[in-house]
Design a protein around this ligand. Structure first.
Ligand code: 5GP
Ligand code: ZN
Length: 112
């Protein structure tokens, strides 16, 4: 999709600090980090939100990508948080599905 920032990152038209990539999934550092580690994990194909993520195979590949990123960034022992914001009340601002992987400090609960 031409007007989607994350599709443009996948295409290499907008730069991003990539941390992980495989055939289906890309992960890169968030431009406005909310924790010492704040990475966005996205499918390479355009899917608007979790409500449109109907391909269960792709959903599984995203989860595998999240695990691989966590291992690569050494978060797997201490832990981390995965967040998906959906729609207006969820606080979604980019309408290409993405999973925030947050870590590197003890995270508080509940979120705001
Ligand atoms: P949302 O609010 O939709 O859950 O999260 C969107 C996230 O994308 C935000 O945390 C925001 O900082 C991040 N973001 C927006 N534009 C860019 C960009 O051009 N590059 C990167 N790396 N992150 C972005
Ligand atoms: Zn997109």
């Amino acid at each position: 999709m031409d007007d989607c920032i994350f599709c443009r990152i996948v295409e290499g038209k907008i730069p991003a600090r990539k941390v992980y990539e495989d055939e289906h999934v890309l992960a890169f550092h968030d431009i406005a980090p909310q924790a010492p580690v704040h990475v966005l994990v996205i499918p390479k194909v355009h899917v608007r939100s979790i409500m449109e993520l109907e391909d269960e195979g792709l959903a599984g590949k995203i989860v595998t990508g999240i695990r691989n990123v966590a291992r690569e960034l050494n978060l797997d022992e201490k832990g981390f948080r995965v967040v998906n914001n959906m729609g207006q009340d969820g606080g979604q601002t980019v309408f290409h599905i993405h999973f925030h992987l947050l870590g590197g400090r003890t995270l508080t609960w509940p979120p705001g």
